[in-house]
Structure formats: structure tokens, C-alpha cells
Design a protein around this ligand. Sequence first.
Ligand SMILES: [Zn+2]
Length: 304
Amino acid sequence: MRLAGPYQKHFSCTCLMVIFQILNLLGLASFSFANEPDFSLKLNASVYAPGDVVWCSFSSPLPVGSATLVWKKDRIPLAYFEESELFGAFFAIPHNEEPGEEELGVEFLQENGTRGRRKLIFKIVSKEFPVQRLTLPKEKVSLSKQNLERHLREKAVIKQALGNLLDSRVWQQSFQRPVKGETSTPFGVRRVLNGEPRSSHSGIDLRGVLGEPVAASSDGIVLLTGDHFFAGKSVYVDHGMGLVTMYFHLSRIEVNPGERVRAGQTIGLLGSTGRSTGAHLHWGLRVHNRPADPLSLLNLFPLP
Ligand SMILES: [Zn+2]
């Protein structure tokens, strides 16, 4: 695959530089200086919403040994793509992020030992997530001591697995929907259960029929499988570079942890296990351990 974008030309004309820097401030152009080596820092768009996945690429005319994306408290190593001579990384905008202008930086270490930093401005717009109000009998809502302990045990296992991810790229080309069905519940829906606010929907629910094959979204290594209290039979796939997809409420799991899976390969069958009210697939995505909208990952490809 080719990830390279066009290199920015050096501008000697002051007017052009001013225009260029205004565009850069608006997030519409990559950052480049006259009379300086031709560094290029780009995002796939200039405006994002909470829950979106962002693709950041960086290229340098001089040999660079390592590069790190810096945004607020995020420090994400950029992976190097030899075929396009680009560094790249994914990150996600938190679902509760406030709108505004944001500065993103890339810090890099040249092979001659010189450190450098480039930055750009991008914009986050507000997004109103729908509210879903549910009323359930009390005994269905409050967990027994035994179930709570089980849930906490499972949570610790998941946390440990998610703390040990592959830095290198395993994903190929693009990501695909795991089933054909439409979205029934989108990402980020704020749930109110018996009048009390609960955590927002961390993935998307896709319609489907019981026993339907569920496909891996892209190439990856199976990180974890389990039969969990809330998620039921679950598969977690690590695609590398901070991308993990999750498939919940399966009726059957057809892969084992550590196994390599290909894009489109059946990893399980759609079901209604765990806390589910009917057959569907809950498809989740984590980007460097932050829940994000899987549909926004699909929309990223082909990468610019
Ligand atoms: Zn769901």
C-alpha cells in the first residue's frame, strides 16, 4: 500500500508562506517552513467529533530514528512504513471531549542525534449522543455479590490483556464490517437505566441472525477470548499500532488466543450470550485503549 502524500515544496515567496501558515493554523495544510528541511505533518482531516479515530502521518527529508505523537496526555509512538517512507499513528478523540481548537505535536529524533518538533492545529466539534432510557425489573439491574465478583475478576483479566499490545502493524489495507447487518445502536449512546445514568455505549450494535458468521475486521492476532458476565462469549483481536477490535455476545467462539487471523476470517458465530436482550453483535474498537467508534475507523480507509 502507498501511504505517501505529496511532499510540500519549499516556498521562497513570503506571501505564499503567510497564506500557507494561515491554512496550517486552520488545520488545512501540513506544517512546513521555508529554508528548512521539508518536514510534513498531516492528519487525515482537519475537523473531528468525539469518538472519531484520527490518522496522523509524518515524513522527513532527513533520516529520523523515532517519532512520537503528542496530544494532551497522549504520547503515541509512530510506526515507520518503509514502502512510503512515512511515520504514522492512530489516536482517538475521547467520547466526552469538549469542542475547540487543539494543538498536536510530533517529536522526533534524527539519526544524527538532533531532536525536533513540529505541530499543527486541528478542530474538535461538539456531538450530541442520543439518550436511551430503559426500565428493567430491579433484580435484573443490581448484581448479586457472586456476579459482581465474577465481573470484577473478568475486568482485571481484560485490563491485563489490553495492557500488553503489539506496537507493530498487523492490520492490512483496510477494515471491514464483521457482519452485513445495519447498526441498531450507535456508538456513544448515553444509557439511563431506571432513571440512573449508566456508562455510554462503548461500541456499536449490529443486526444479525443467530448463528451467522462473524468476520475479523482486519488481520490481527487474537488477544483474548472468554465467556464474560456482561459481554458473553467474546473475542478480542489485536491489529497492532494500538488498534483492538472486540466482538461480543457470540453463540460460539472459533479462534484461540495467540492465533493469527486474516481480514474476513470467521472468528465466531453471532449470538445473544451475556447480558443481551436478543441476537446481535456488539462490535467494539479501542485505539490505544480508548473506546472509539468503529465506523469512523472504516471511514479512514484508504489512508491519505
Ligand atoms: Zn452493544
